[in-house]
Write a protein that binds this ligand. Structure first.
Ligand code: NAD
Ligand code: DAU
Length: 356
């Protein structure tokens, strides 16, 4: 029987965090979740409208860099588990404005670690808590050539302000384990997709533009490769790492679904043509594809070796890319108002600046 938990989830109103809270509510009803989220442009309370406040759930609007707030939550809520999602997460934004990435991803993680260390020491350094699970990215490993995979022993080689800030936070988390003995785990995951993803990211951006007949911007030659993972599979992996992972360990999480960007874009166009019909002109949505100036420093290929997760934890992805992308397109079609609210709200200025 899995133990009860008092869990601090940071960034629970974002894409992966909200999917995680939904999955916990469905499958681990004994876990109490305190969701600390600043509600930046990427945070959306609507993502969790089905989750009721009460014994199992509390939302706190606040900043992970706010040391008194973070410390008081550890005390008040007797936090025994931290799942740290909160971050600035979009590579393009980190290229035009890195400051927020340094603040939230590095200082924010440091603030949480200090609060966890203090709470842990006050409880006499219990072996089992508070366990600190840091949700990180495969981008810390840099870029692959045509062959090979990122494993847990691959050297760090971050190449964008985003990945450098995540690499810094990973190193801080490891250092707190090594120096103070704080029980930590780090997961490094590949590209996620699925419901509630903010439409600055490739898949929801292409869905929205192709549905509404706008240009589909493909960076460079469109042959950069990402290893796509359905978001619920990522969240399930995090739950299983919490339950079965070893303190001090890192785990790579990947979908074993390598696709070029142009393959992804074409698949979305084909699915939408089939589901809602061709464009009013009679053309396929593929005719909207436009090759645009490449992202600065664009990493060529990511691919994850998740053998450790499979062998030690017993996790593997449950959804293929073909299944997952269809589920995702169906979700966005059924939830157009969610997308429209986001686009007409916090996303509008950025969208105009990047794509007008
Ligand atoms: P997201 O941008 O959708 O959500 C980030 C959330 O963090 C938002 O709700 C935002 O309001 C909140 N937040 C931002 N700054 C905050 C602050 N200072 N204090 C409190 N809350 C703050 O991000 P996501 O795509 O859900 O990613 C979540 C985590 O997973 C990130 O750490 C990211 O690096 C990591 N990750 C993402 C992917 C991916 O494909 N999206 C893959 C691997 C790892
Ligand atoms: O690998 C994990 C990472 O995946 C996470 O750590 C990041 O938080 C997440 O944003 C994601 O980073 P990417 O940069 O890979 O995702 P993005 O959706 O921005 O881009 C995916 C690919 O598509 C990438 O090669 C760039 C390309 N692209 C993206 C956009 C937004 C385009 O060609 N056109 C676009 O308009």
């Amino acid at each position: 029987m899995e133990k009860q938990r008092n869990m601090l989830v940071t960034g629970g109103c974002g894409f992966i965090g909200s999917n995680f809270i939904h999955l916990v509510a469905r499958t681990r009803p004994d876990w109490r979740v305190v969701n600390l989220d600043l509600l930046t442009y990427a945070g959306n309370l609507n993502n969790l409208e089905a989750i009721e406040a009460g014994n199992s759930y509390r939302f706190v609007k606040g900043d992970i860099c706010d040391q008194p707030l973070v410390s008081s939550l550890f005390e008040q809520e007797r936090i025994d588990t931290v799942v740290h999602f909160a971050a600035e997460s979009h590579v393009d934004r980190s290229i035009v404005g890195p400051d927020a990435f340094i603040r939230t991803n590095i200082i924010g993680t440091f603030t949480l670690l200090e609060a966890a260390r203090t709470a842990w020491a006050k409880r006499g350094g219990e072996q089992d808590g508070p366990i600190f699970l840091h949700v990180s990215t495969d981008e810390v490993f840099g870029s692959l050539g045509e062959s090979g995979y990122f494993s847990e022993t691959t050297a760090y080689d971050p190449r964008s302000p985003y990945s450098a800030s995540k690499a810094s936070s990973d190193h801080l988390v490891s250092a707190y384990c090594h120096t103070y003995g704080l029980p930590v785990m780090i997961t490094n995951c590949s590209n996620n997709y699925g419901p509630y993803q903010f439409p600055e990211k490739l898949i929801p951006l292409i869905f929205n533009n192709s549905r509404t007949g706008k240009e589909l911007p493909v960076y460079g030659d469109g042959k950069n490769i990402r290893d796509w993972l359905y978001v619920t599979d990522h969240c399930q992996a995090i739950i299983e790492v919490l339950e079965k992972g070893r303190s001090g360990r890192t785990y790579n999480i990947g979908g074993n679904n390598e696709k070029t960007n142009i393959e992804v874009v074409t698949l979305i166009c084909d699915l939408l043509d089939a589901k809602i019909g061709l464009l009013p002109s009679g053309s396929s949505r593929n005719s909207l594809i436009t090759f645009v100036t490449d992202r600065l420093g664009h990493d060529r290929r990511y691919a994850i070796d998740s053998t450790r997760l499979k062998d030690e934890i017993g996790w593997q992805p449950s959804v293929t890319f073909e299944q997952g992308i269809e589920m995702t397109i169906d979700w966005y079609l059924a939830n157009r108002s969610w997308l429209e609210t986001v686009i007409n709200g916090s996303y509008q200025d950025y969208y105009k600046k990047m794509y007008a």
